[in-house]
Design a protein around this ligand. Sequence first.
Ligand SMILES: Nc1ncnc2c1ncn2[C@@H]1O[C@H](COP(=O)(O)OP(=O)(O)O)[C@@H](O)[C@H]1O
Ligand SMILES: [Mg+2]
Length: 505
Amino acid sequence: MTAVAVVRSIALVGLEPHPVRVECTRASGLPGLRLVGLPDTAVREAGDRVRTAIQRAGLTWPQDRLVVNLAPADLPKVGTGFDLPLAVGLLAATGQVPVGSLAGLFAVGELGLDGRARPATGSLPAAAGARAHGARRLLVPSAAASEAALIDGLEVVPVDDLAETVAVLRGERPARRAAPAGVAPAGTGPDLAEVRGQPVARRAVELAAAGGHHLLLSGPPGCGKTMLAHRMRGLLPPLAVDEALEVAAIHSLAGERAPDQPLDLEPPLREPHHTASAAALVGGGSGIPRPGELSLAHRGILLLDELLETPRWVLDALRQPLERGSVVITRARARVVYPARVLLVAATNPCPCGHLGDPLRACACRPDRVERYRSRLSGPLLDRLDLQVDLRPVDRRHLLGPPDGEGTATVAARVLAARQLAAERWGRPALVATTPTARIRPTVRPAALRALADGLERLGRSARAFDRCLRVARTAADLAGSELVTTEHVEEALAYRLPSLEPAR
Ligand SMILES: Nc1ncnc2c1ncn2[C@@H]1O[C@H](COP(=O)(O)OP(=O)(O)O)[C@@H](O)[C@H]1O
Ligand SMILES: [Mg+2]
């Protein structure tokens, strides 16, 4: 009986990394490979892939009984990332690589039948997890190396195939160095100056970016709703590196990120189509549930264009995660939590034909159709859209004339200053939209509080609207550089509550 060779690896349950020990040994008995430790189908198939890969690489597949234990046994181990540690462990157990080379070594990666190493999904969170669980060296397929090398304090060893892996572990060939993917240069998205007119909507966009408030843009087709929404991304401050890594980890897990892509400090903008399913929006799928658009938009913008074309039950599925800032998906084998702190930007026509309230064209919809259309936007979801704007078409003269509003750089500077003011006040960076109102109230003049209560009563709004309106007023004060929230700020916040979109009660 030989010694047990142990290679460490990482199993991802959602974004959460769990250390796995791949323990390999020779045993007496009939030749063959026995895998224990609750492997799913993909891991069982790994046995076949690894055997073929070892043989194709000109190495020896011994005529022995080989036993592999993936520990801990009670952890769901999904995916193809265990091929590489499995192959290395078997080679060590059969004396083809020195067992001493496995100390402090983690490995994550898939093997093709030809022995080539390919990245498994989630290389970035796996690398972060390896580091957190004490890895010194991480063996990864070359294609995943620059992504893994974004993690500080980890020696990433890229390998093209099993032959290179063996040569490196035997010390016959020096390990290559992985160059980290680097940081993407700041993007130059579309500029806010291209939007003509629409001063109220432009201001709402600025407030939303500064405070992180959800926004609803309603208006006839072609008035600039989508245009404005696309320009919001440029108003948000860039992400810190650790925030950008968190975002990239979600995208890596969802297979939405090329591994050699540089780290993007720009907040994400996700724009799911209105036919997207609830699972595509919120997350789901068989096995370990995958992150949905809501999590892919984490720390950025989720744009729901044509909001009222989206089925109501899909919208309802968004409500709780929006409130909580995370998505919880429970399955028989795993409970997965994905972060989902997004700025929701919703755009909609006011009615099926789009021209309700349009001074230029009469609306062609029957009243009962309008009502059914609007009832899709349930009261509770509407309440969560802190800034609601009714846009009108822009006059042709404005469209043809020179730019009549500020550009992205000017507004983004004000947004940043407002966020800094809020961060100084509360001693840490925090979005006003997620700050408890108990912390905001002491900064509000008593007369302003009364004005808010009176105003909401006039609009027939719920208590939830009170807190949300108060936060918008706080952001208006921050943008004005004012420590105190005054009646003027409250009046502005109240103006962004549309009575017209409220479904009939
Ligand atoms: N306020 C505006 N300023 C400048 N161009 C506009 C404006 N509104 C609409 N447009 C023009 O009309 C096109 C359609 O606008 P879009 O934002 O898609 O409208 P909506 O989403 O409201 O239907 C834009 O690409 C742009 O060329
Ligand atoms: Mg549009």
